[in-house]
Design a protein around this ligand. Structure first.
Ligand SMILES: Cc1cc2nc3c(=O)[nH]c(=O)nc-3n(C[C@H](O)[C@H](O)[C@H](O)COP(=O)(O)O)c2cc1C
Length: 220
């Protein structure tokens, strides 16, 4: 590599602006997630930044992993929600095996959060309530897109969008029956804080049969 800007092996960043200690972390991972999420949202480095971006990993019919980014739209002790097309690749995978993992990376805070658990579909009313809050363009886009299916061209999509705009011109866009939310119910949550010399802090929480959380520190 002659261009040092592109020498990937030499790309490295030192971490260590903050630390994650047991004394501050507490025993409730959702409460800690809530604090970290608020801090990520507060940093607000620019309009391009979306603190609710998460990578969602699922398992296909052969047991092979798959992953893509989705947007978290809510969280509470009951779990994390996201919305998608139920007939998409991820939708089919979750219908066959509801186990999933998500990963957040808040680069400016040198933080990662990982969660693993099972997913369930939101009830219809909750999915429709969220769909009706979306901008009209996004609603029509969701209606036009048979997500993850092969299409012949970009034109086909644009033409369908035009037809749907005309068909729904004078009334609210109906929520597509194959579109809706999922809730991930975390069973394992890990918080990673970058530290000097790659001696990062990792605290992992595992849910117990009685619903309480067990916490342990992992080697970086
Ligand atoms: C920043 C970003 C946000 C995204 N948010 C969503 C989302 O909330 N829901 C969704 O279905 N796809 C979202 N996508 C698109 C997915 O990554 C993916 O392309 C799509 O859901 C199809 O995935 P699948 O074929 O595995 O089902 C997003 C992509 C990016 C890059």
């Amino acid at each position: 590599m002659t261009d040092p800007q592109r020498d990937i092996a030499a790309m490295r960043r030192e971490y260590g602006a903050q630390q994650l200690l047991e004394s501050e972390a507490g025993f409730d991972p959702i409460a800690l997630f809530s604090r970290w999420f608020a801090q990520a949202a507060d940093v607000n480095p620019g309009p391009w930044f979306e603190p609710n971006i998460m990578t969602l990993a699922t398992i296909d019919a052969d047991g092979a992993p798959d992953a893509r980014i989705v947007l978290m739209k809510d969280f509470s002790p009951a779990g994390l929600t996201f919305f998608t097309n139920y007939d998409s690749r991820k939708g089919a995978q979750l219908a066959a095996d509801n186990r999933a993992a998500v990963v957040f990376h808040w680069v400016m805070l040198e933080r990662q959060v990982r969660m693993r658990g099972r997913t369930e579909r939101l009830d219809r009313a909750a999915s429709e309530a969220y769909f009706q809050r979306r901008p009209r363009g996004s609603q029509l886009g969701a209606l036009a897109s048979a997500q993850s299916q092969p299409i012949t061209s970009r034109d086909e999509l644009e033409q369908l969008l035009g037809e749907l705009e005309a068909r729904h011109a004078d009334h609210p866009v109906p929520t597509p029956p194959n579109w809706g939310g999922y809730r991930l119910l975390p069973e394992e949550v890990e918080f990673w804080q970058g530290r000097a010399n790659r001696l990062h802090d990792r605290l992992q929480y595992i849910i117990q049969p009685n619903g309480s959380w067990q916490r342990r520190r992992l080697a970086p």
